[in-house]
Design a binder for this molecule. Structure first.
Ligand SMILES: [Zn+2]
Length: 417
């Protein structure tokens, strides 16, 4: 959050498109009736429209599902092509186009493919997943968050970001994605266009999304991420879609419900919980502030806009992303476990730690769809009081130490409990 950036925007509330737009749709031969095009998250942002960020390629007009279009910028203010096109672009080794973890982290094949010898043979030990060193985590985070590929290069590559993502995933879950039953598919900008054009012909939303969950390919369940967007967005998109992938694996019954439903909003709450858990785990690993906004007037204005957004959209099912953030907060405040989320929110740090966020993620994933309506109704009781606590907490935990990150790359680590 650079002062200069904040200042440019001081007077205007710009509702810019957030890059972690996604499709919740799994492409299968038997596409369900619930499939809808990817939506675009439209959030309050204190950042200037003219900042040279790859995400500015996400044009407000594609917010097709928004009941009220964002305050549109003059067309000339966003001259970039549809898909983020940094002149340098990320470096992406061909063999990493379809990403899979290092062989040392591979889980053993399923029992049916191993041996039919005897049931008394103990299973082979699962290799301990390897994480990068704290200093490497710090280096990558500092070079990734809030940067364009132009400004980040040549310090980091797409492979660095994938390594950091996997370390964060292991820190949170104790497993690699592959061990959990899925893999991230990271494509270069051109490959991403080609991929979604073949998979989803004529569906414009997929072209403009930065990532989505999921596809079932010959490599199994995969999240799909456009590696051509800003480095920070690649990292947070990987983290966000990982949250969706885990839900698909652990409670697929939730996918029978459309995005514009209470279940859809709960799915977003899960994804934001996991995204923030992963980024915060990486931040803690490398001793980098990734959760605290900067103390300055613009921060209070930013939080006020969130509060207004939540108040306006709390019952509007079309805004599953906004409602997802709100539901996550309310679920955290309702967590009365000693030392749990509510206690952490009330603690001097006022931030929920990665483990507890992952617990919240899992709790929300475990909800049966039939419980969703009453669950949210209960959470929304005394909403006005809750919003006072939520907005107050985000403001009070602001710090004088700048984060290298940017709410433009991801609101989640800054805005979740
Ligand atoms: Zn999502």
């Amino acid at each position: 959050m650079r002062n200069s950036i904040w200042l440019i925007l001081a007077a205007v509330m710009v509702l810019a498109a957030c890059g972690s737009q996604e499709s919740e749709d799994e492409s299968t031969p038997t596409a369900s009736a619930f499939e809808t095009p990817p939506t675009v998250e439209v959030f309050p942002t204190p950042l200037p429209a003219l900042a040279p960020i790859a995400k500015s390629s996400v044009q407000p007009p594609i917010a097709v599902n928004s009941p009220e279009p964002p305050i549109a910028l003059p067309p000339t203010a966003v001259p970039e092509p549809t898909i983020a096109a940094d002149p340098r672009g990320p470096s992406l080794e061909d063999e990493r186009t379809i990403y899979a973890p290092d062989s040392s982290t591979f889980i053993q094949k399923s029992p049916t493919s191993v041996t039919n010898d005897t049931t008394l043979t103990p299973p082979p030990p699962v290799p301990t997943p390897e994480t990068i060193e704290p200093l490497e985590s710090r280096r990558i985070l500092l070079s990734t968050l809030g940067h364009t590929w132009e400004s980040a290069g040549p310090d980091i590559t797409l492979d660095d970001i994938i390594d950091a993502f996997e370390t964060g995933y292991i820190l949170v879950t104790g497993q690699t994605p592959e061990q959990a039953g899925w893999t991230p598919l990271v494509l270069s900008a051109g490959e991403y266009i080609e991929f979604v054009t073949i998979r989803h012909p004529g569906e414009e939303g997929f072209l403009q999304a930065t990532s989505y969950c999921c596809e079932m390919t010959t490599d199994g369940l995969q999240t799909v991420v456009n590696g051509g967007v800003s480095p920070g967005t690649v990292l947070t998109s990987l983290a966000h879609e990982a949250g969706h992938a885990l839900q698909r694996i652990n409670n697929p019954s939730q996918n029978r419900h459309s995005r514009d439903s209470n279940v859809g909003a709960i799915r977003e709450a899960q994804a934001y919980a996991f995204e923030a858990a992963l980024i915060r785990a990486l931040g803690a690993h490398g001793n980098v502030n990734v959760s605290h906004l900067l103390i300055e007037p613009q921060t209070d204005e930013y939080v006020d806009r969130w509060r207004a957004r939540w108040t306006d959209k709390k019952d509007d099912l079309r805004f599953e992303h906004e409602r997802g953030f709100l539901i996550l907060w309310l679920a955290a405040l309702a967590d009365g476990t000693p030392g749990g989320a509510a206690d952490q929110i009330a603690s001097p740090l006022r931030v929920v730690d990665p483990k507890t966020l992952f617990d919240l993620h899992q709790k929300l994933v475990a909800l049966e769809p039939g419980e969703a309506d009453s669950y949210i109704d209960t959470l929304m009781e005394d909403l006005s009081d809750s919003l006072n606590v939520i907005a107050g907490t985000i403001s009070i935990r602001a710090t004088q130490f700048p984060s290298p990150g940017s709410v433009e790359d991801s609101h989640a680590p800054y805005v979740v409990p």
